[in-house]
Write a protein that binds this ligand. Structure first.
Ligand code: HEC
Length: 142
């Protein structure tokens, strides 16, 4: 009996460890990506005060006012196009933009570094959910 309960205890410990690991792996992909790719220019809080901003011709924008500057609605489609940058948005009236073309960078990384594709399925799920949210947001108030 004592043996069984010790076994149960170690099983419980194992379950806790697994649960703990699973919890630690529940990553905030958006935040992770923002902090590693965007914060250097747009700042840790998104206000546009990242350390690299001082070296650019154009000041990185305040990303916390995107909805406010669009009548209170987050401009999902426009923001997606700006971040991607592969469409005509890339070249503005004042020449090439200072912001990297993320659509090209992400595509190159996906093709050249298969190791990155290990988190592919989760990105795929998130991308489809984000696409749905985008669509539902556009259905509001119709
Ligand atoms: C090298 C600096 C730099 C990095 C890194 C950078 N940006 Fe930018 N971003 C800019 C600049 C500068 C602008 C202003 C427009 C321009 O000159 O291209 C801008 C504009 C934008 C805009 C348009 C905002 C508006 O007010 O219309 C969005 C959205 C944006 N960035 C999102 C991002 C995201 C998301 C990332 C990370 C994936 C990122 N940026 C990384 C420099 C950067």
């Amino acid at each position: 009996m004592k043996h069984v309960s010790r076994r149960a205890a170690s099983l419980l410990t194992l379950l806790c460890l697994v649960a703990g690991t699973a919890h630690a792996q529940a990553r905030d992909y958006g935040r992770q990506e923002y902090e590693s790719s965007c914060a250097v220019c747009h700042g840790a809080t998104g206000k546009g005060d990242g350390p690299l901003g001082a070296f650019l011709v154009r000041k990185p924008t305040d990303l916390t006012t995107l909805a406010a500057r669009n009548g209170g609605t987050f401009p999902t489609q426009r923001v997606a196009e700006i971040i991607d940058g592969r469409s005509a948005v890339e070249i503005g009236p004042h020449g090439p933009r200072d912001m990297p073309v993320w659509g090209r960078i992400y595509l190159e990384q996906a093709i050249e570094n298969p190791g990155r594709m290990q988190i592919g399925p989760e990105w795929y799920v998130r991308a489809r959910i984000m696409a749905l949210i985008d669509y539902l947001a556009r259905l509001q108030g119709r």
